[in-house]
Design a protein around this ligand. Structure first.
Ligand SMILES: *Cc1c(COP(=O)(O)O)cnc(C)c1O
Length: 376
């Protein structure tokens, strides 16, 4: 938690649940990444948190943007981003969105299959296109599964086809899975991409761009490698597989830029023993799975919690949200402990919630309003 957020919470005591984001921290993370991976141009993955104050700051810093839909493109343009600094990075795009993007001047599109490539050729003629490779998401705490990406053999054919369709076969992308804690994942993916660049050069197509995707992790409860370590591995792999002819390098961080800049402040609604002799107390908060903490599904993302009673004796707890839905349990198996004196009315701060929380929030499920957001 940054000093600015602590001070805001202490002085303003805002109604809960709310998300407080320190926009200066977003800037620090952006600069840290730039310093750690100097050859890369940063395309912020807007889906992580599309709030205007955050986009404004990133535009000011000269960032580029990875957008998933026409509306996200529109957010970026309204914040002053130039169309040449926006990539339409979703492999699944509505025709109406491709048309609108093209009309707005967007010329960089991703694809991973012939059907999407043909849509782009028809509705965004002559654009730069890049093909997403399927890579192993092992090591990622929030994997992106087999929903996206294709094999190197198929990518080779598709990029040749792109040229025949009058598009500019520009490059290759991958995503190693979100909250990826293994630096090796990037190395393996870069080696695959390198082989594809070589194969296509042999076919007479010279690709010019490699997009390393997102996935860069932030600290939750467990320690993770720092961004410098990711930078070192990436730099070594780029030299090993591309030598002196580096293509343009892109990264698309979402979580890394926004995640640690945000804190959710919540209130304990109930602490109960429920008549069990054994087993944990149940702690119910005024935010849960449906209030934005969707990444607690499968207890995948394990947030760090703070209370005003930290330092006192603790005991095991299960933690759940406020709705009448059985799936609205945050943690039962991950070994959470909280102070034994915790009681209804206490506040709990949930750290690292700047990414993938505000946008995952449901509207009025069980009557609960979406969480309030403060950008300071
Ligand atoms: C979600 C996403 C990102 C951002 O991923 P993080 O793990 O948050 O860095 C980047 N690129 C694409 C294509 C994505 O779908």
């Amino acid at each position: 938690m940054t000093p600015k957020i602590s001070q805001f919470l202490a002085e303003k005591k805002p109604q809960t649940p709310c998300l407080v984001m320190d926009v200066d921290e977003v800037e620090r993370r952006y600069r840290d990444m730039q310093a750690a991976i100097p050859p890369a141009r940063i395309y912020y993955a807007v889906k992580a948190n599309p709030a205007r104050p955050l986009l404004d700051r990133l535009v000011f810093l000269g960032a580029s943007f990875d957008a998933a839909s026409w509306d996200e493109i529109d957010f970026c343009l309204s914040a002053g981003a130039r169309p040449e600094n926006i990539s339409f990075g979703n492999t699944v795009k509505k025709v109406s969105a491709i048309k609108a993007a093209y009309e707005a001047g967007i010329r960089l599109f991703v694809f991973d299959c012939i059907e999407e490539l043909e849509k782009i050729a028809r509705f965004a003629p002559g654009s730069r296109v890049y093909c997403r490779l399927l890579v192993n998401n092992q090591g990622a705490e929030w994997p992106l599964s087999r929903k996206f990406g294709t094999t190197p053999e198929s990518a080779r054919k598709l990029l040749l086809r792109a040229r025949d369709l009058g598009l500019d076969p520009y490059g290759v992308s991958f995503h190693v899975g979100s909250q990826q804690i293994s630096t090796d994942a990037y190395e393996v993916a870069i080696s695959r991409a390198g082989a594809l660049f070589a194969d296509l050069a042999a076919d007479g197509v010279r690709l010019r761009m490699l997009n390393l995707g997102g996935g860069f992790p932030i600290h939750y409860r467990e320690d993770i490698p720092g961004i410098r370590q990711f930078g070192q591995t990436i730099s070594r792999a780029l030299t090993a597989y591309f030598g002196n002819t580096l293509p343009e390098i892109l990264v698309e961080p979402g979580r890394f830029i926004a995640g640690s800049a945000g804190v959710v402040s919540s209130e304990v609604i109930l602490v109960s023993h429920r008549g069990y002799d054994e087993g944990p107390r149940w702690v119910y908060l005024d935010i849960g799975r449906f209030g934005g903490l969707a990444e607690t599904e499968g207890e995948s993302i394990r947030y760090e919690l703070r209370t005003a009673r930290d330092g006192a004796e603790t005991g095991p707890v299960a933690i759940a949200g406020p709705t009448c839905d059985g799936a609205d349990i945050l943690y039962e198996k991950s070994g959470y402990v909280l102070p034994v004196t915790l009681e209804a009315g206490d506040r709990i701060e949930i750290l690292g919630t700047g990414a993938y929380v505000s946008t995952y929030c449901s509207t009025r499920f069980n009557g609960f309003l979406p969480l309030t957001e403060y950008y300071i």
